[in-house]
Design a protein around this ligand. Structure first.
Ligand SMILES: Cc1cc2nc3c(=O)[nH]c(=O)nc-3n(C[C@H](O)[C@H](O)[C@H](O)COP(=O)(O)OP(=O)(O)OC[C@H]3O[C@@H](n4cnc5c(N)ncnc54)[C@H](O)[C@@H]3O)c2cc1C
Length: 470
């Protein structure tokens, strides 16, 4: 038996521009065993997202000529046992910078070391690995625009394709657990045409988008009734496409820069979470630990939370947003902001409850982008919207879905209503046709502002204006 290496796939479910795979191929080993570990604990977190992952694995398996090793195991170090069992002396993988990914990598490195297996982990799912960009004056970037400028100045690598003929000759299969094969064969819960799960289809979606949007991304991206964004977030979440591949195709296209900027927000939040892992579920700005929030144990709040989740708050823009999430596993960015603001600043529940619900339902659920975007809305995050900026769901609806085209798609019971009434049917002469709003936005807004004032007073009275968390 010649030497063998394992290539462990994680959030990099593609072969082109997969630096772990490319590094393994350039080594001297004779055989490469590509492997994915299906962890039953992780797949239980979200049926939607797992469904996308299985589709992406099917596509990856195809790219590998049907030769993907599959392990079904909840042990985070199962890949080491696999490497041992096949006599491999190296494991290659792309590093994962989430708190969970880092913890797993540590365990794997320790166990591999005990078995004299070398771990060659590198690259990242980002343009620049988190932790790499430092400010000239020291420290890391807590504000987006300077981070963006520094990243663009620093530059990023160009994508690299894999040599398919060399790859084809060297792949070996040693294990394919039946439970994992069954999972991979499950029927998708999402629309594969809208959310491509293979690298070639994701690249094609990007090219089509760039032609179709014709440089108007910036203009269209806020309107949910338009096909104004790429819908590549699930593909990015699982590394079906790498941001290098997106930026490479986009940066020189007229009107492409605003899209690159959005892709860099993803890098930015990954970096924030890497620098401050406790901000996964805790306020980045600890002063916000003192803002008054209502409790889900209050039956009125529990009922409002249910109405929010199910899309029956009586505010059609919020309801259509939540129904889009529940039905498709994706929500338009503008609507994510509106729906999140409604939960935090109208219902007054903690942002963590909404973030958790989003993570359970989003195809693209990503702990850094999701939880830090929630904190942006809540005002507790880095570079966040000021707390006193409160989205008015009716004005947002009139501005970003003026004729109610998007609302009509997801709230079909409002289909026959005029474009004026659709934003607030209960108060605009259509009270019989839709739910009564679960709360009055203006009252809720005033309550939010009062709470914010009390927070400010608290710090004005106390000796320290701000607190720092250890
Ligand atoms: C409350 C809330 C929760 C969110 N949760 C997630 C999440 O779990 N996963 C996720 O990928 N994005 C999240 N976002 C960011 C954004 O809404 C989605 O990335 C975007 O809607 C995905 O659609 P798209 O691929 O068509 O985006 P496009 O507009 O085509 O943008 C291209 C890519 O840029 C990145 N991007 C765009 N906007 C943002 C942003 N504001 N922050 C970070 N990255 C961005 C995404 O990777 C996206 O796929 C959240 C935003 C909010 C307000």
């Amino acid at each position: 038996m010649g030497s063998r290496v394992v290539v462990w796939f994680r959030r990099d479910l593609r072969i082109d521009d997969n630096r772990a795979l490319i590094a393994a191929l350039s080594g001297t080993s004779s055989a490469i065993l590509p492997v994915f570990v299906v962890d039953p604990k992780l797949i239980a977190m979200s049926a939607m997202r797992s469904s996308y992952m299985f589709a992406a694995l099917r596509a990856l398996e195809q790219e590998l000529g049907g030769r993907l090793n599959l392990i079904y195991d909840a042990d985070p170090t199962a890949v080491v046992e696999f490497a041992s069992s096949v006599g491999a002396d190296e494991i290659y993988a792309t590093s994962d910078f989430t708190p969970l990914g880092i913890a797993r990598e540590k365990l794997i490195k320790e166990k591999a070391n005990q078995s004299s297996i070398a771990t060659k982990f590198g690259d990242s799912p980002y343009l620049i690995p988190p932790g790499r960009l430092a400010r000239e004056q020291g420290g890391w970037y807590k504000v987006f625009t300077p981070f963006y400028k520094a990243l663009m100045k620093n530059g990023y690598e160009a994508p690299m394709d894999v040599d398919r003929s060399v790859l084809g000759r060297r792949i070996e299969v040693a294990r394919r657990d039946e439970e994992a094969i069954v999972k991979l064969a499950s029927t998708p819960l999402f629309d594969e045409a809208a959310f491509p799960a293979s690298n070639s289809k994701a690249l094609e979606q990007l090219s089509n988008f760039l032609v179709r949007s014709d440089g108007r991304y910036k203009e269209l991206r806020d309107f949910p009734a338009e096909e104004g964004t790429t819908k590549l977030s699930p593909a990015l979440r699982f590394g079906v496409i790498h941001p290098r591949q997106i930026v490479d195709k986009t940066i020189d296209v007229p009107g492409g820069e605003p899209l690159v900027r959005e892709v860099v927000w993803r890098d930015f939040y990954a970096n924030v979470l890497f620098q401050m892992p406790h901000t996964t579920w805790k306020n980045f700005n600890p002063n916000f630990d003192y803002i008054e929030v209502d409790s889900i144990d209050d039956p009125i709040k529990a009922a409002q939370f249910e109405a929010w989740k199910e899309g029956r708050t009586g505010y059609p823009i919020v309801d259509s947003a939540m129904r889009q999430l529940n039905e498709t596993g994706w929500m338009h960015n503008r609507l994510r902001m509106i729906a999140a603001s409604f939960l935090v600043k109208d219902i007054h529940l903690p942002w963590q409850l909404g973030a958790k619900y989003f993570m359970e339902h989003l195809l693209d659920g990503d702990i850094a982008s999701n939880n830090h975007s929630w904190q942006w809305v809540a005002g507790s995050g880095t570079d966040a919207a000021p707390y006193f900026r409160i989205f008015n769901p009716i004005i947002q609806s009139e501005k970003f879905d003026p004729e109610g085209r998007f609302i009509r798609k997801f709230v079909p019971e409002l289909d026959g209503i005029s474009s004026k009434a659709i934003h607030d049917p209960y108060n605009r002469g259509e009270s019989g046709k839709y739910f009564e709003p679960i709360l009055d936005h203006n009252e809720a807004r005033n309550e939010t502002l009062d709470r914010y004032q009390r927070l400010k007073d608290h710090f004005a009275d106390s000796e320290t204006k701000t607190i720092t968390r250890n």
